[in-house]
Design a protein around this ligand. Structure first.
Ligand code: IMP
Length: 191
């Protein structure tokens, strides 16, 4: 077996690191994820693809990251709310949290509760190469109430086939989540 290739994951979110490391290990593709707990600017742009691309370009030009690296940006898009909170997901979570989202959805029934979780991963092979993007989505719905104690962020209100992400183990969430779908595309690209 050849030596493992090291890929740097830059994020301040330890939950994302846990998910990505578990996934990389389970896929046994000779990739080792090295976590760097660095902050970087996130511009408020139209879509998460534009946001993650701008951040990756900032990192490769302004921060001295020698190894290939990737970052990711995720957002929750609620259909009945015209895609809200979308690119504002982090801000909205801090301000109104899951309770606030449930209040906004109080009069929505059945199909009206549909939501999409989306992740865009930006991978930079080296400092002089443009980032390559990989997108993953998960289609679910906003639960009627907060359910489960695992995961993070919107996990307790994002229901996928009868269970919220917060009721799933890391492995279960990885088998269906937006993040895992985007990251698997990166793994395919690397192999
Ligand atoms: P960001 O990707 O860190 O900008 O995430 C935006 C917002 O969505 C934050 O409030 C995160 O907590 C939340 N978030 C991101 N990924 C997930 C996830 O997989 N499950 C639940 N919430 C998430």
């Amino acid at each position: 077996m050849g030596s493992k290739r090291e890929i740097v994951f830059i994020t301040t979110n330890s939950h994302k690191v846990k998910e990505i490391k578990a996934l990389a290990d389970s896929e046994s593709r000779n990739i080792t994820i090295v976590h760097r707990n660095y902050e970087y600017p996130e511009l408020q742009l139209e879509g998460i693809e534009e946001v993650v691309k701008a951040s990756a370009n900032y990192i490769r030009k302004k921060m001295a990251i020698k190894n290939p690296f990737f970052i990711e940006d995720s957002g929750l898009f609620i259909h009945a709310l015209y895609g809200f909170p979308g690119t504002f997901s982090a801000f909205v979570f801090k301000k109104i949290g899951n309770e606030g989202i449930l209040k906004l959805m109080a009069d929505k029934k059945g199909e009206e509760r549909k939501a999409t979780f989306k992740t865009a991963v930006a991978f930079c092979e080296s400092q002089n190469k443009e980032p390559v993007l990989f997108v993953g989505t998960a289609q679910g719905k906003i639960a009627e109430e907060i359910c489960g104690s695992g995961g993070f962020g919107y996990d307790p209100i994002f229901e996928f086939e009868g269970k919220t992400f917060a009721e799933m183990s890391t492995e279960e969430k990885n088998s269906v989540s937006h993040r895992s779908r985007a990251f698997r595309k990166l793994l395919d690209y690397l192999s």
